[in-house]
Design a binder for this molecule. Structure first.
Ligand SMILES: Cc1cc2nc3c(=O)[nH]c(=O)nc-3n(C[C@H](O)[C@H](O)[C@H](O)COP(=O)(O)OP(=O)(O)OC[C@H]3O[C@@H](n4cnc5c(N)ncnc54)[C@H](O)[C@@H]3O)c2cc1C
Length: 321
């Protein structure tokens, strides 16, 4: 499969769709594109799951796939090994997440240099979450305090493509929505060429944020982060910590399904497909999927949107022996 954007269709609505006229996508001519986020595996079992997901998702032709960097920098080596393996064993374009937590500036830039030398050209630059069990981020005495500083440092190392995080519902620690937007602008001005958002479910929240970003002079793509919900109970706890709100209608859709994973999966796929289709009608052409190292939902969502490989035979499941 060729590197680079290979996704070439407009999202088409099903005939008689309930949302019908309201969501017909204006065809901008630009192809739809997706990127997929994975986390580095800890065990053999997780590793097998990750690679099964990569093999199943690769034929969809993502623009890039990214590998997270564990809270507190806990997965430095595993992130590096996973990114290297993707580069070595697939045709995918890998991006490495890199954070400022617990390391000096020199150490983080050495890691970046190692990535560049290994052929990795895309970094997702983040301040990072504090180590587990710690409430607040404390910068290393000789470290970067903010992602914007990291972006500037990375640009000194090499001509990386750099993506950064954005928060449609405002980062929980931020003094205000306006200062948070100033921060995003600083990251772009320092050299980032794409922002990928925290997950959200209310499309209007994203659209308002995108408008405010445009008004603030942010001209890079603000790529919506799409989280297919697999476990609503876990999502409730996680959302609190990252400041993402959960609309009542979402809670209602998952109500009573705690012990019914099959139905949950179907609902999750439908919710994400509808969310993406609404975004497409508002001109969104690129999505970042939080895959949680599972292929099925992301693959189904991409398929429904028309984000498909040009060679569908490559997507066929292997025959059962
Ligand atoms: C797409 C995506 C991927 C992610 N991947 C990871 C990952 O792999 N590993 C991980 O640990 N976490 C990850 N995160 C979470 C992220 O690291 C955390 O949310 C982290 O706590 C904040 O990182 P940031 O890069 O957004 O921080 P920053 O952009 O540095 O912002 C952090 C806070 O500091 C404030 N701020 C920034 N600059 C200034 C300034 N000069 N003065 C005053 N205040 C300022 C901001 O407004 C904000 O409140 C990811 C998040 C997203 C959306």
């Amino acid at each position: 499969m060729a590197r680079g954007p290979t996704l070439h269709t407009d999202a088409r609505l099903l005939p008689g769709d309930r949302l019908g006229a309201a969501v017909v996508a204006p065809s901008s001519g630009a192809p739809l594109a997706g990127s997929f986020e994975f986390f580095p595996p800890k065990t053999e079992k997780q590793s097998a799951q990750l690679w099964a997901a990569i093999v199943r998702l690769a034929p969809v032709g993502p623009r890039f796939v990214s590998v997270t960097y564990g809270a507190g920098g806990s997965t430095r080596q595993r992130t590096y090994d996973t990114v290297r393996r993707i580069l070595r064993e697939t045709d995918l374009v890998p991006a490495a997440h890199l954070t400022c937590v617990g390391v000096s500036r020199q150490e983080v830039l050495e890691t970046a240099q190692a990535y560049w030398q290994a052929g990795i050209r895309h970094i997702v630059a983040l301040r990072g979450d504090p180590p587990e069990g710690t409430e607040r981020f404390e910068p290393h005495p000789e470290g970067y305090r903010y992602a914007s500083e990291l972006v500037a440092g990375l640009k000194q190392v090499a001509a990386f493509e750099i993506s950064v995080a954005a928060y449609p519902e405002t980062y929980p620690e931020a003094r205000s929505a306006a200062t948070d937007l100033d921060n995003l602008k600083r990251k772009i001005d320092a050299g980032a060429s794409r922002a990928m958002t925290q997950f959200f479910f209310d499309v209007d929240v994203y659209l308002r944020f995108r408008d405010r970003a445009a008004a603030a002079g942010i001209a890079v793509p603000i790529v919506p982060g799409i989280l297919p919900v697999t476990n609503f109970a876990r999502l409730v706890a996680f959302s609190k910590s990252c400041g993402a709100s959960l609309p009542d209608w979402l809670a209602d859709l998952f109500f009573g399904l705690d012990h019914d994973p099959d139905t949950r999966r179907l609902i999750a796929g439908w919710v994400a497909i509808e969310q993406c289709r609404r975004l497409i009608t508002h001109g969104v052409r690129e999505f970042h999927f939080y895959t949680l190292n599972r292929a099925e939902l992301t693959r189904a969502i991409c398929h429904a949107l028309g984000v498909r490989s040009s060679d569908l035979r490559a997507c066929a499941p292997a025959p059962v022996a």
